[in-house]
Design a protein around this ligand. Structure first.
Ligand SMILES: [Zn+2]
Length: 436
């Protein structure tokens, strides 16, 4: 080989090395996706999602299913994003068109929440974006993918990510799939959300969208989480279990105003009773709806908070100068530690026969009960301790028609847990007024 040819080979190798390190060598980077969300919030005090800021913001696509490929080629990665909405480190070329696909399906371990997905074709609900990587990629770096289009599903997906992000303390059950969809009224039913069998939830877009005329839409973060609370309860047979979602009004005053009842109003396709926070309802409805309220508060507040806030909605009786006035209220921050004992203070504690009314309850009282049961620092109950109480209570007392009554719950707690928990349960019932 002549010296000239040797030089050419060496030069060619140098050029090749130079080119590959600058333009061709892939780098190991994370891909991180963000949704566009807007949780209208007038400052209800919840700890999550920038309470009080009615602004759009980009939030991490936590636990979303995603796929990545160079445009036109087969996918070279697919999996679930992590708690920051990111892939693992992936070998990525610079100056290349990639397609990043993301689904409204959230996975963590065996737990999954499909948002607005057809249960028979869940893979059809996704968004894809083409992203051109720059020439400044470096190992350990990040490629950001932002989905700028807002949709009510985006908000629901954010809450689904939160639910999956609290695997133990909020107790979204393992090995379960929950379907949540948004539908326009009346396909979804006339209410905010309709629980059907097998943990499918339909949430009325009237209550979760940022447009429309229904109420003031300041509620929907709470509403979505409330319906998810029902799904959680159904899946683990917690308070209220998988019973009818229909409120059972106890006071037969659907047209008259009363501090413990709700006035029927005509909305959507039919006449429905308003769901009132302080409505006297049959005991299982009070516990089930109280649980859904509580679970919503648990999702949106830190357990260690000294207070927990949630939005109180619709209509309520407001106590002013010693008399109750019926008002449609702007959502206000409701402190879960307010201990109103509304049943005891404002409602007839006796049933029609004059006996103590152990078959009825007030939603707000039960919301507070669950909150205090879960948050007190000493001998507090975890979610996975609360659910078995209602499950065992059902098995034990089904034939006596006393399921959910205070005395039977206490007996069940006594059978399941040590005396210190029993004392905590009983004391909390006393403090919140559900012990009747
Ligand atoms: Zn409900």
């Amino acid at each position: 080989m002549s010296s000239t040819r040797k030089f050419a080979v060496i030069f060619g190798t140098i050029v090749s090395l130079f080119c590959s390190s600058t333009f061709a060598t892939p780098h190991s980077v994370k891909w991180c996706a963000h949704w566009y969300t807007k949780f209208i919030d007038s400052g209800y005090g919840e700890d999550t999602f920038n309470a009080g800021q009615n602004t759009f913001e980009y939030s991490p696509a936590k636990y979303a299913k995603a796929k990545l490929r160079i445009a036109g080629l087969p996918y070279h990665w697919e999996g679930n994003l992590d708690s920051d909405g990111c892939t693992p480190l992936l070998s990525t070329e610079g100056n290349t068109d990639y397609q990043f696909h993301i689904w409204y399906t959230r996975f963590r371990g065996g737990r999954a929440i499909h948002v607005n997905a057809d249960e028979f074709a869940p893979d059809t609900a996704y968004k894809g974006l083409t992203v051109t990587t720059g020439n400044m990629l470096s190992d350990g770096g990040t490629v950001n993918v932002t989905y700028s289009h807002w949709h009510e599903r985006t908000n629901m997906a954010q809450l689904a990510g939160l639910a999956l992000g609290y695997p133990t303390s909020r107790y979204w059950p393992g090995q379960s799939v929950t379907y949540i969809s948004t539908q326009a009224n009346p396909a979804c039913g006339t209410g905010r959300g309709t629980n059907t069998v097998d943990n499918k939830i339909c949430i009325n877009t009237d209550y979760v969208a940022t447009s429309g005329t229904h109420y003031n839409h300041g509620l929907y973060k709470f509403v979505i989480a409330h319906e998810m609370g029902h799904a959680q309860s159904n899946a683990v047979r917690g308070p209220g279990g998988n019973t009818s979602p229909t409120y059972q009004l106890v006071l037969n005053e659907t047209t008259n105003e009363h501090p413990c009842n709700c006035v029927a109003t005509s909305e959507g396709s039919g006449t429905i009773p308003e769901m009132c926070f302080r409505m006297r309802a049959d005991i299982l409805s009070a516990e089930r709806e109280g649980w859904a309220n509580f679970w919503s508060a648990a999702l949106l507040n830190e357990r260690s908070s000294s207070n927990g806030y949630m939005a109180i909605w619709n209509k309520t009786y407001v106590m002013q100068n010693g008399s109750a006035e019926w008002e449609t209220v702007t959502p206000i921050a409701y402190n879960m530690l307010s201990r109103e004992k509304y049943m005891e203070a404002e409602c007839d504690p006796e049933d029609a026969s004059g006996d103590p009314a152990d078959n009825v309850g007030i939603l707000s009282d039960w919301s507070q009960f669950f909150w205090e049961l879960w948050t007190k620092t000493s001998d507090r109950f975890d979610m996975n301790m609360i659910s078995p109480i209602w499950l065992a209570n059902y098995q034990e007392y089904d034939d006596t028609n006393e399921y959910g009554h205070w005395d039977t719950l206490l007996e069940t707690v006594e059978q399941l847990y040590a005396s210190n928990y029993e004392i905590h349960f009983e004391d909390t019932g006393d403090l919140t007024g559900v012990n009747h």
